[in-house]
Design a protein around this ligand. Structure first.
Ligand code: CA
Length: 222
């Protein structure tokens, strides 16, 4: 899952980045409204954490422009304490949820998980499909009830496909959602990671559609 953090306070941005990376999200950071608007408009993010007071373009304008252009990713806004006006305006501008500064990172993470689930119509923090289950709170994977050890990259790929059952993704689309921007991708190409996951998870979970890409069939689609 790829998350865009838009925050001009460097220390908070660093904290957010560290927390989300530790939770296995792929994180991109943007420090001003214009850069954020451009990235959100041209790149594919699963979720955005958006501060409202930003240099060059304020958060409300960024959000309104995305929504006007049909960009529908979930957006969590960060508002100043006691500013009910910001919350109302933010939600009217198209935000899905808000957090008031200062906040606990635990609360942020819980809200991020809930927004990602809701965006794909899932209400439970446990994703299950066939014999495989992922607990997104603990970041654990089980196969037929037995724990399976997966690398962070394998976890990100599996979670991404499990969040979108039945949807086919090209290797390039998958790459965009699971790799840190500066990682060496060669030895960890999407195909290689999928082959490893298939071995660990008993084979048939991840399927491919020739010339199009990979998918995990929805329950009942097998
Ligand atoms: Ca700010």
């Amino acid at each position: 899952m790829r998350v865009l953090i838009v925050e001009d306070e460097q220390r908070l941005a660093d904290d957010l980045k560290r927390t989300l990376t530790a939770q296995n999200y792929v994180v991109t950071h943007s420090k001003d409204g214009e850069d954020a608007w451009f990235r959100g408009d041209t790149e594919d993010f699963d979720l955005v954490i958006l501060d409202l007071g930003l240099p060059r373009m304020d958060g409300f304008s960024v959000l309104k422009r995305w929504r006007a252009n049909g960009r529908g990713m979930p957006v969590l806004i960060l508002t100043a304490r006691d500013s009910w006006r910001d919350k109302v305006d933010g939600i009217d501008s198209g935000a899905d949820d808000y957090l008031t500064k200062p906040f606990r990172m635990e609360e942020l993470i819980a809200r991020v998980r809930a927004l990602l689930r809701r965006a794909v119509g899932q209400s439970s923090p446990v994703l299950s499909n066939g014999d495989v289950e992922i607990d997104t709170r603990l970041r654990t994977v089980t196969y037929r009830g037995m724990p399976v050890s997966v690398t962070p990259l394998e976890y990100r790929l599996l979670t991404y496909l499990m969040h979108h059952p039945g949807k086919v993704f090209s290797p390039a689309e998958i790459s965009a959602h699971i790799y840190e921007e500066d990682i060496d991708r060669d030895s960890n190409a999407v195909e290689v990671v999928i082959a490893r996951l298939r071995r660990k998870l008993g084979g048939p979970l991840i399927e491919n559609r020739r010339g199009q890409g990979y998918f995990i069939p929805a329950e009942g689609q097998r």
